[in-house]
Design a protein around this ligand. Structure first.
Ligand code: FAD
Length: 378
């Protein structure tokens, strides 16, 4: 009689978006997957974000393709798991002639490979977004962006992966040691696997600190706000300062002139890496941000002045009467300093580190897991 071969086993550490994405990809390839999450519920970067699946920010080529692949997986997964999501597209508000010129240059370079991209004039912008500022000059509309409510989606996906893919989640279970073929939990339980994937996010001193210490990384610290419910729905928004933030806008003919204009006109916003992003959830609340302060240590104290700089810029590009803020929080993510948006490395035999999508983990995570796992095991 033929002996029945047992299925290969995988362990994933961390139940943020990367941990969930790797658990999904491995289970689809026949692995028995266990996910270990330190907290009772995932509470890292993945639940603190805008829930923006944002291909418009990714440069053409590998990362735009990856973002589009993630988008497809998000939509399919949200439909199957009955998780709220909205294919809003995105509207980048342009406030003056220079920003409009950047918009034209972006269209010229990018419209062949980005579906549903349009440059709108002032009237067309107002028609889609009546709250645009009276001085608005136009907008770039892109049809590919999707919004999820991150704090809900990230906490619902585990139940879906358990039901549909047999992935086992161990919450409240910090992993304190990883070695070739096994992990140990804080309660000294040992679990074995053929592959271990470390998706522990921005906390670099917990496991393999020596790997992080020598890596080209920094930690970005962000301020975020949430409004009360609005009485109407709005599209997903970004604005002119986003030209400085995303790789997709790099090296446009007017980029250097725009950088100088932005630094002269918004010196404090540029200093704190502020650009405007707004997503709206199913309760019509707005998630508003964000700022980017960099360094390996960040104090836990919320800075009101940084919040105010975000709101000041928002009020320059749109007019939302009586906006009330109901929540404020900070978030952090690990960012590569070598220009990469991916860090996937075998750090010990059979132990892989998956990190590095920076401010785009929701946008790139599912695609990154699919690409790296298929390269590794087919
Ligand atoms: C404020 C903010 C806004 C953002 N907005 C967006 C956006 O709209 N769109 C987008 O694409 N990206 C966005 N990002 C980026 C995105 O959120 C991150 O790239 C992504 O969440 C990183 O996911 P992760 O799984 O690597 O980390 P995390 O979500 O931080 O998950 C790591 C998990 O590992 C667990 N863990 C750590 N150590 C251990 C251990 N020893 N044992 C067990 N568990 C452990 C932690 O508890 C945590 O749950 C934003 C980020 C922030 C902070």
């Amino acid at each position: 009689m033929m002996q029945k071969l047992s299925k290969p086993r995988a362990i994933v550490v961390g139940a943020g978006i990367l941990g969930l994405a790797y658990a999904r990809s491995l289970s689809l390839r026949g692995y028995v997957v266990d996910v270990f999450e330190r907290s009772e519920k995932a509470s890292g970067s993945s639940i603190r974000n805008f829930g923006m699946v944002w291909p418009i920010g990714q440069p053409n080529g590998k990362f735009l393709n990856r973002a589009m692949k993630s988008r497809e997986i998000w939509i399919e997964l949200c439909k199957s798991a009955k998780i709220w999501h909205k294919q809003t597209g995105s509207l980048q508000l342009l406030s003056n002639e220079l920003e409009y010129e950047m918009g034209k240059e972006f269209m010229e370079r990018e419209s062949t490979h980005r579906p549903k991209l349009q440059l709108l004039d002032k009237q067309q912008t107002k028609a889609i977004f009546p709250l645009a500022h009276k001085n608005n000059r136009g907008a770039i509309f892109s049809g590919t962006e999707v919004i999820v409510e991150a704090r809900e989606a990230i906490r619902l996906i585990p139940a879906y992966l358990e039901d549909q893919h047999g992935v086992k989640f161990h919450f409240n279970t910090p992993v304190v040691e990883i070695a070739n073929g096994f992990i140990c939990t804080a309660k000294k339980h040992r679990f074995e696997a053929d592959i271990i994937i470390l998706c522990s996010g921005y906390e670099t001193n917990l496991l393999y600190p020596e790997v992080y210490e020598s890596a080209p990384i920094t930690i970005s610290h962000l301020n975020m706000l949430r409004s009360h419910r609005l009485s109407h729905t709005i599209p997903a928004i970004c604005a002119g300062l986003s030209f400085l933030h995303y790789g997709s806008y790099d090296r446009l003919p007017s980029s250097a002139i725009y950088k100088k204009w932005a630094t002269d006109n918004y010196p404090k916003q540029v200093y704190h890496g502020i650009h405007l992003l707004i997503s709206q959830n199913y309760n019509n609340q707005l998630t508003i941000g964000d700022s980017h302060d960099y360094g390996m240590h960040h104090d836990p104290f919320q800075k009101d002045d940084v919040d105010q700089l975000i709101l000041d810029y928002m009020n320059d590009v749109m007019e939302i009467p009586n906006l009330q803020i109901s929540q404020r929080w900070t978030g952090q993510y690990l960012k590569m300093q070598n220009g990469q948006s991916e860090w996937f490395e075998e750090i010990a035999s059979g132990v892989y580190l998956a990190n590095g999508p920076g401010g785009a983990g929701m946008t790139l995570g599912f695609g990154m897991a699919e690409d790296t796992i298929s390269q590794m095991i087919g």
